[in-house]
Design a binder for this molecule. Structure first.
Ligand code: FES
Length: 90
């Protein structure tokens, strides 16, 4: 006789809502927005050239606006690009 997971004696109660640890990243980070067809370095270049904050550069390029799969990696990439090229050195 098969036992469903919910009916298993070790299963947590249905109202259990512990979110647990954050999921580990899956695979290498993305380096381009597939929906917009742009590499992250193009977004970083535009951000530097126009003196835009990351969020505005993202909005203007359309990256991270469709499926949003690239958004976490894109924002990390732009944050490290901004650190690598401080505002006074553009
Ligand atoms: S991959 Fe960037 S929005 Fe879909």
């Amino acid at each position: 006789m098969a036992t469903t997971l919910a009916a298993h004696p070790a299963a947590p109660p249905a109202e259990h809502s512990c979110p647990g640890p954050a999921p580990a990243p899956f695979g290498p980070p993305m380096t381009r927005c597939e929906c917009a067809g742009l590499p992250f370095e193009d977004v970083a270049r535009r951000m530097a050239a126009e003196g835009l904050p990351a969020e505005q550069a993202v909005r203007r390029t359309g990256c991270g606006q469709n499926c949003e799969a690239c958004l976490p990696d894109l924002l990390r990439y732009l944050a490290s690009a901004a650190v690598a090229e401080p505002a006074g050195r553009r």
